[in-house]
Design a protein around this ligand. Structure first.
Ligand code: GNR
Ligand code: NI
Length: 178
């Protein structure tokens, strides 16, 4: 088991477009397992490889209450969508920020599982929101991109302060260890 470091907005690496996975091999399954560990530990209901600085089209999700339903989608593609739903979203790469985002309500998705088998599924509710949020990450998009410029600016300011504070704490810790 390995935990991966999660990039935080506005890190420019979150803007990279992930590439298609050509072969689902042992190395890919290792990434999937590490991403699941990282997602559960965070804790989050989803994680895209982009967020852990791996720019391949891999996402993991678990929206169950019991946290016993891991889902892995490799090269996910939205085939169809309908309706509209507004959901409060958060993101492990934008800690402490929660805002309403409007997206299609129901989707059909095609993807490969961790054995390289192709499958299709229908999703609605939080699962549909989450899949769309994760596919956005693979395309270099973060949920704050849907918000007004005013809100985006406020979020960057708040996270900038948090990052400064965290750096200061780290400095104090290493100073006292010397
Ligand atoms: O943990 C997460 N919760 C969440 C809530 C509403 C809509 C989307 C999400 S995904 C997020 C984890 C994350 O950042 N995935 O990229
Ligand atoms: Ni996210």
């Amino acid at each position: 088991m390995a935990l991966l470091e999660i990039l935080e907005y506005p890190d420019p690496r979150l803007r990279k477009k992930a590439v298609t996975v050509e072969h689902v091999d042992k190395a890919i399954r290792r990434i999937v397992d590490d991403m699941l560990d990282t997602m559960y530990q965070a804790p989050g209901v989803g994680l895209a490889a982009t967020q852990v600085n791996i720019h391949k089209r891999i996402i993991v999700i678990d929206v169950s209450d019991e946290k016993n339903s891991p889902l892995c989608l490799i090269n996910p593609e939205i085939l169809d969508f309908e309706g509209n739903a507004e959901t409060e979203e958060g993101c492990l790469s934008v800690p402490g920020i929660f805002e309403m985002v409007e997206r299609p309500e129901k989707i059909r998705v095609k993807a490969m599982d961790k054995h390289g088998e192709s499958f299709e599924m229908a999703a609605d509710g939080l699962l549909a929101t989450c899949i769309q949020h994760e596919i956005d990450h693979l395309n270099g998009k973060v949920f704050v991109d849907y918000l007004s410029n005013f809100k985006q600016q406020r979020i960057r300011k708040k996270l900038g302060k948090q990052h400064k504070q965290a750096a200061k704490q780290k400095q104090l810790k290493t100073a006292s260890a010397r």
